[in-house]
Every structure is written in C-alpha cells, then in structure tokens.
Design a binder for this molecule. Structure first.
Ligand code: AMP
Ligand code: MG
Length: 320
C-alpha cells in the first residue's frame, strides 16, 4: 500500500510517499523564505500554490510511480496557519476525488513523533518537538498522546526567527543563529523562564532586543541558545523522570541545531536513556511523516469524507 502525504502547515510545502514496509520512496519539499524576515500568510498560500505542480511531479518521479499507483491521500489537517493549511487540504481533497482514493487527515505534531518511531528503534519515546510555531514535550501515556510541557507564548523557532529579524539576519533565522553561536563564547546573562513544566520566551526576546548592538551578535546568539535550550531540556528531563520513559526523540526544525542535539544527548546519557536524532530532512516539516501517519491512521479506519476534512488550525496534540 502506498500513501502520499501533503504537508502545508507553515512555510514548507512538501509531498512524501511511503509504503507499508516503512520505506520512504520520496520526500520532496519547497519552502517559502523571506529576506526581510517573517511569514506573510497570503504569500505562504501563493508560494504553496505555485510550487505544487513541481513538487508533486518530482515526488512521483523519485518514487518511480504514477498517480494511479497511490492508494491513499494523507494531509496535515492541523495545527498550523490557516492560509497555508487550506492550500494543502484543497490539493489533498482534489487528488482524493480525482483518483477516487481514501482521504486521511493527520495531526502534524503527532506525525513528528510517529516518523521518529518509524525511522529509529525508539518504541515509546518522549518527543521534544521544537519547530517554528510549536514547542511541546509529547509522550503517549495511559492510552493517549499527552503534552507534558510546552511554551506559554511563542514556539522556539518563532522566537529565533523574531530575534533574527530584529538583528537583520533574515528568515529563517535559526540556522544563522546556530552558526553565529558557534563563534560566540562569552555568556551574557539572560532571564531563565520556566514555570512548572512550561517555558515562556517573550520576556527573553524583549531582553535580547534591548541588548542588540550593545554586545557582539555572536555572544548574544551563543547565550540565547545556552539559555533557552537548557530551559526546554530541563522540562523534558522532568517529563522523562515522571513518565519513566528512557527514550528521547528530537523533532521539528529547531532539532537540526547541533548544540540542542549535543545538550539533549548529554541529558539522556546522564539518565541512562537513549537519544534519537533524525536526519534533518525528517526534523523539518516534511510530507513523508504525513504520509506515514496517514497510513497508520488508515489502518485504524480513520478515513475522512470531504465534509469532515475541514482544516483545524488550533488542533491540539492531546485532542487526538
Ligand atoms: P519547522 O516549523 O519544523 O519546519 O521548523 C522551522 C524552524 O526551524 C524555523 O523557525 C527555523 O529557524 C528553525 N531552524 C531550522 N534550522 C535550525 C537550526 N540549525 N537551529 C535552530 N533552528 C533552526
Ligand atoms: Mg513541524
């Protein structure tokens, strides 16, 4: 059985194709970027519409299949930016109708967790999901997916991107901050904001803005990474202690960050747990994870009618 998955929750438009044997036959994407910084919703939609044909054709070519060979159509139903989600949903519905195939809507956050289980030996990990809009510590516990900690305001990636915009280094800012941080070495004190199991980033951002042009940018990038990664890993460690789970999985675009990976590995090692880091193409938003979770959902009988396939921009992990 072959599943085609469409990802379009934010700046990435992706199409992945996977089969039941856990093989990723194609994972093609094209992401919106903006030198001025930030995502403009209608520009996202225009971007996704303009790249659909090329991404779709390339995915079929890489998988060496024809459209008629696809058995199910999966798409990110939420959470995400409405303008972007709607484009993916329209393509998914159209393909399902045209090819007369089942339509499956999947939760994007859970797709990050399930692709990690598919690609690694992890059986029941705690997922630290750190992307643009989302920052959640997710695990499956007592029969459902639960959020053990999360950001109270913005996602870690949005925090990095907003700081990058203020510093004039473009969008997406995470990778640039990652590089600059490697050149910094002086730790500049920043607020450390963790409330119970949750973190908050808005105050740190304001603090950082006031420090721009007063300190070397490399040192600010270094200090912000050390601070916010420590905060989120502190909450993650407590989630692992509470659930008694001994596998840690990283997911989301920010999981591409070398320093975050290093800190996560150290934390896991110190508690005799395993840390799983995926290749970057599966950390960032991608169609393969949507295709895979779609296939898992289909096997459980979770098929949607067109009427049921409305996008869910605010769909929470713990509502699934
Ligand atoms: P996603 O929403 O999962 O596609 O992730 C996008 C986010 O990942 C953006 O906010 C990027 O700035 C961030 N990102 C990508 N690469 C890195 C990196 N190496 N370090 C930190 N953040 C990154
Ligand atoms: Mg994501």
């Amino acid at each position: 059985m072959i599943s085609l998955g469409i990802e379009s929750t934010a700046h990435t438009f992706g199409i992945g194709i996977v089969n039941e044997k856990k093989q990723v036959l194609a994972n093609v994407r094209n992401s919106y970027s903006n030198p001025q910084g930030g995502m403009i919703p209608n520009e996202l939609a225009e971007h996704h519409i303009s790249v659909f044909k090329q991404v779709f054709k390339e995915a079929l070519a890489r998988a060496s299949i024809k459209a008629k060979d696809i058995d199910i159509i999966s798409f990110s139903q939420g959470p995400g930016i409405g303008h972007a989600l709607r484009v993916g949903a329209v393509f998914a519905r159209s393909l399902a109708l045209l090819l007369d195939k089942p339509l499956i809507g999947v939760n994007h956050c859970i797709a990050h967790l399930e692709i990690g289980k598919m690609l690694t030996e992890a059986k029941d990990p705690v997922l630290l999901y750190v992307s643009g809009a989302n920052t959640q510590i997710i695990a499956f516990e007592s029969g459902k997916y639960r959020i053990f900690g999360e950001t109270l305001d913005m996602g870690l990636g949005n925090f990095l991107d907003t700081f990058a915009r203020e510093a004039g280094i473009g969008f997406p800012g995470g990778p640039v901050i990652d590089k600059l941080a490697q050149k910094g070495s002086n730790y500049i004190e920043l607020p450390y904001v963790i409330k119970g199991m949750d973190i908050s980033l808005g105050g740190i951002l304001t603090n950082l803005k006031s420090k721009l042009n007063k300190y070397p940018l490399e040192d600010l990038c270094y200090s912000l990474q050390e601070t916010v990664f420590s905060m989120i890993l502190e909450a993650t460690e407590r989630a692992m202690a509470h659930t008694g789970k001994n596998e840690l999985l990283l997911g989301g675009g920010v999981a591409c960050n070398r320093r975050l990976q290093e800190m996560a590995r150290i934390m896991a090692e110190e508690r005799n747990a395993k840390c799983y880091v995926l290749p970057n193409e599966f950390n960032v938003d991608n169609g393969a994870m949507i295709a895979w979770l779609g296939l898992v959902n289909y096997k459980k009988g979770n098929q949607l009618t067109i009427e049921e396939s409305k996008i869910k921009p605010y769909w929470r992990t713990d509502e699934v």
